[in-house]
Design a protein around this ligand. Structure first.
Ligand code: GDP
Length: 300
């Protein structure tokens, strides 16, 4: 087939190896798939497709990405999305959010060059004040925290919607934090769209493995991803892990050894900064955990 018969588009939904692609400069979407073993495509990817009939197509090429946000354990990677402008991390006091998972999401974002905005949801709960205090270290790293209640549509519209305008945002959170409630407040047709999509795929219900991009009424895109319980970072090299902790940078400049791993080396600037309170002990402990996990994985 000739070049002219291909189309360009953006992946707006992913369900296993089935994708929905919005065709550029049209209102059309097509149900697309890949041939052979090609995997690793993500919602947000710009792709070239070979149309098949009026409604389907084969993805033949992925265009270069600006960034890719993903997690990985020893066995496989789990891609959240590609070409995003920011990560919106949804937390709440109840169920209690995990500091470890928040830290890991920040490292993944930092190493991919993606800005993070935290939403501390369920502001109406009295336990929110304690949760807010737990976020102080994170906030001191320059990550903004917005405290709202997704149950109050006015708060969502006034305080959150402006932060999403004209940007592509990935919505991420452990289950139970209120991600779906927020999504439905921001994108009125999200609930209906989710249902239609599941029906089209014959699953009859919203499956937790779907990732979907919604166009925001005020401009911009919001990508909804499945909840997660683990956040491995096995794809990161020791240097990339280090870069995921940007607050270490000034202290690293003081390390005696150029290949210092900041674990136990004499003259380590990071350990000195931690002793003086300039670097948080919990952040350093997270750094050590990620480093140890990745080293253990390499031994197998
Ligand atoms: P998801 O698993 O992150 O998608 O969470 P859901 O949106 O399904 O919300 C989980 C539960 O938290 C539901 O019972 C929601 O009604 C509730 N919830 C969501 N937002 C708020 C909020 O702002 N305040 C309170 N009190 N409950 C909320």
């Amino acid at each position: 087939m000739s070049e002219a018969s291909t189309l360009q588009g953006r992946i707006v939904a992913a369900h296993g190896r089935h994708y929905r692609v919005a065709i550029a400069a049209t209102e059309q979407t097509r149900h697309c798939y890949t041939r052979g073993k090609k995997t690793g495509l993500a919602v947000g990817d710009q792709v070239i497709i070979q149309p098949e009939g009026l409604q389907e197509g084969v993805i033949t090429q992925t265009l270069p990405r600006r960034n890719l946000f993903y997690r990985s354990d020893a066995q496989r990677s789990k891609i959240f999305a590609a070409n995003i402008d920011q990560l919106l991390l949804v937390l709440a006091a109840e169920p209690e959010f995990s500091d470890d998972l928040v830290g890991r999401a920040l490292v993944a974002a930092s190493s991919a060059g993606i800005a993070v905005q935290i939403v501390l949801n369920k502001a109406d709960l009295p336990s929110t004040a304690v949760a807010r205090a737990r976020l102080r270290t994170t906030e001191s790293l320059g990550v903004p925290v917005l405290t709202i209640s997704a149950l109050d549509p006015d708060q969502v519209q006034q305080n959150l919607a402006p932060l999403l305008r004209d940007r592509c945002t990935l919505l991420l959170g452990q289950s139970g934090m209120g991600k779906s409630t927020l999504l439905n407040a921001l994108v009125p047709e999200a609930q209906a769209a989710t249902q239609m999509h599941s029906e089209a795929l014959g699953t009859g219900r919203h499956t937790t493995t779907d990732t979907r991009l919604y166009v925001l009424p005020g401009g911009g895109d919001l990508i909804d991803s499945p909840g997660f319980q683990a956040f491995g970072l096995h794809h990161l090299s020791p240097r990339e892990i280090e870069q995921g902790f940007p607050e270490f940078a000034p202290a690293i400049a003081e390390c005696r050894f150029y290949n210092c791993t900041h674990r136990h080396e004499p003259g380590c600037g990071v350990l000195a900064a931690m002793a003086s309170g300039a670097i948080s002990a919990s952040r350093h402990a997270l750094y050590l955990r990620i480093l140890a996990e990745n080293e253990a994985a390499k031994r197998f």
